[in-house]
Design a protein around this ligand. Structure first.
Ligand SMILES: C[S@@+](CC[C@H](N)C(=O)[O-])C[C@H]1O[C@@H](n2cnc3c(N)ncnc32)[C@H](O)[C@@H]1O
Length: 207
């Protein structure tokens, strides 16, 4: 399948789930929200949030930042735009593909993602774009689930992967840390938050 077709499929799945997304995620959001808050304390300056979904991060940004949020699902953008109305930090919510952003090089001080690189159809393309639009020395803050390295868990994650992929558009067996290295990032710190699956990744951009 070529990448355009893949993109349309994943976008369609997020459009389809958009209205129920917050409800479905509610049980894990109680735990997840504290990780969002902790990660976003370090956001500063001009911030790009990639794959903002329904805008769950919006309420956790510190006061002194200006956020532009993007997502390629128009229905997610619609919901996030509603949430942004009550939030002075969120300057714009745009429909845009992370793999092909329209921002100039080195536009942002901080780039944020949460549970996005499980879904981006061509993750290396998306990560290269993040590297390009983030300033040299800027911060990239990521809350991402990845494939476990544990010999018992890893094959299970491969076997189960088609379920979330078809329901949601999310993969549970992505090697996002490897992908970050392949993209050329060198200053990567990754902290395990749950097993070796959920990670807080902090990168200082180098280019
Ligand atoms: C699992 S949801 C996470 C949403 C949100 N970040 C959160 O923490 O709740 C993944 C989001 O990434 C978006 N997404 C996936 N690939 C994308 C791409 N190439 N460009 C822009 N958004 C993308 C999807 O539309 C979806 O809204």
């Amino acid at each position: 399948m070529n990448n355009d077709k893949k993109t349309e499929k994943i976008k369609h799945r997020y459009n389809r789930v958009s209205k129920l997304y917050d409800l479905i995620e509610k049980p894990i959001e109680n735990i997840f929200s504290k990780h969002r808050e902790k990660m976003l304390i370090d956001a500063y300056g001009k911030v790009l949030e990639v794959g903002a979904g329904t805008g769950k991060n919006f309420q956790y940004y510190p006061d002194n930042v200006e956020v532009i949020a993007i997502d390629f699902s128009p229905k997610m953008v619609k919901i996030a735009s509603e949430k942004a109305k009550d939030n002075n930090n969120i300057k714009d919510v745009l429909e845009m593909n992370a793999e092909n952003m329209t921002f100039d090089d080195s536009t942002f001080d901080t780039v944020v993602t949460s549970c996005v690189f499980c879904s981006v159809p061509d993750p290396l393309k998306g990560l290269k774009e993040i590297r390009r639009v983030c300033k040299n020395g800027g911060k990239i803050l990521m809350l991402e689930h990845v494939k476990s390295n544990k010999p018992v868990l890893a094959p299970f994650m491969d076997i189960l992967n088609p379920i979330p992929l078809h329901l949601y558009g999310a993969n549970i067996n992505r090697n996002t840390i490897d992908n970050l290295h392949k993209t050329g990032f060198t200053n990567i710190s990754a902290k395990d938050l749950w097993l070796d699956i959920l990670k807080l990744i902090v990168i200082t951009n180098n280019k």
